[in-house]
Design a binder for this molecule. Structure first.
Ligand code: CDP
Ligand code: MG
Length: 198
C-alpha cells in the first residue's frame, strides 16, 4: 500500500456525519470546503508579502551585491525585481521624505547620490519584518554579528543597505522604484521545499 503523505488529510467525513440529514451533511461539507480555501488563500498571502531592499552606493562599491543577495536567497526569499540604478536627487528626496527634518537628511541624500544603487524587491512570508532582521539595526555598531550591517558596516552613514520598515511603506517604495511590469511573477523551483503545504 502506498504510504500516505502526512500533510494530506484523507477526504473522509467525521463519524458523526451518518447521524445527520443529507442537507446538513451538504451544508457542513461546503462550510469545511470554504474554510480550507480560506486557509489556502491566507497561506498564499502569508508567502507573498513584498519588501523593497536596496544595496546603497557603498555596498555596491565594496562588492557586497553578491553577499547581500545570497542572504535573502539562502533564507528562502524570492527575488521579484532587481536593477542597478542612479536615481535623481528628487527621487532620493522622495524616498526619504519622512526624514526631511532630520539633521542627517542632506548628508543622507548626498550619500545615496554617490554611486549606483542596486534596487530589489524580495517576496515571502513576513518579508518586511524578516528583511529588517537580516539587515540588522540602523546603526551598525548596534547590529548583531550575522546580520548584514553587523558583518559589513561600522558607520550609520555608511550602512550598506536599505529595507522597508512596514508593509505600507514597502508598497510605496516598490511603487516609487519599480514599474509594475518590472515585478516578476513566478513560482520558484524550491517553493514547496521552503513552505509547508497549507
Ligand atoms: O535605514 P533604516 O530604516 O534602518 O533607518 P532610518 O531611520 O530610516 O534612516 C535612514 C538612513 O539614514 C539610515 O539607514 C542611515 O543611512 C541614515 N542615518 C544617518 O545617517 N544618521 C542617523 N543618525 C540615522 C540614520
Ligand atoms: Mg527607514
Amino acid at each position: 500500500m502506498a504510504e500516505q503523505n502526512p500533510t494530506q488529510q484523507p477526504n473522509q467525513d467525521p463519524p458523526v456525519f451518518k447521524h445527520l440529514s443529507l442537507k446538513t451533511q451538504h451544508y457542513l461539507r461546503q462550510a469545511n470546503q470554504s474554510k480550507l480555501e480560506k486557509e489556502k488563500e491566507e497561506a498564499s498571502n502569508m508567502s507573498s508579502e513584498q519588501t523593497f531592499i536596496a544595496i546603497k552606493p557603498d555596498g555596491v562599491q565594496r562588492g557586497l551585491v553578491g553577499p547581500i543577495i545570497t542572504r535573502f536567497e539562502q533564507r528562502g526569499y524570492k527575488l521579484v525585481a532587481m536593477k542597478l540604478v542612479s536615481p535623481s536627487k528628487e527621487h532620493l528626496e522622495k524616498h526619504y521624505e519622512d526624514l526631511a527634518d532630520k539633521p542627517f537628511y542632506k548628508g543622507l541624500v548626498t550619500y545615496m547620490l554617490s554611486g549606483p544603487i542596486c534596487a530589489m524587491v524580495w517576496e515571502g512570508r513576513e518579508a518586511v519584518k524578516t528583511g529588517r532582521t537580516l539587515l540588522g539595526a540602523t546603526n551598525p555598531m548596534a547590529s548583531a554579528p550575522g546580520t548584514i550591517r553587523g558583518d559589513y558596516a561600522i558607520d550609520v552613514g555608511r550602512n550598506v543597505c536599505h529595507g522597508s520598515d512596514a508593509v505600507e511603506s514597502a508598497k510605496k517604495e516598490i511603487d516609487l522604484w519599480f514599474k509594475k511590469e518590472e515585478l516578476m511573477s513566478y513560482k520558484p523551483a524550491n517553493f514547496d521545499w521552503i513552505y509547508e503545504k497549507p
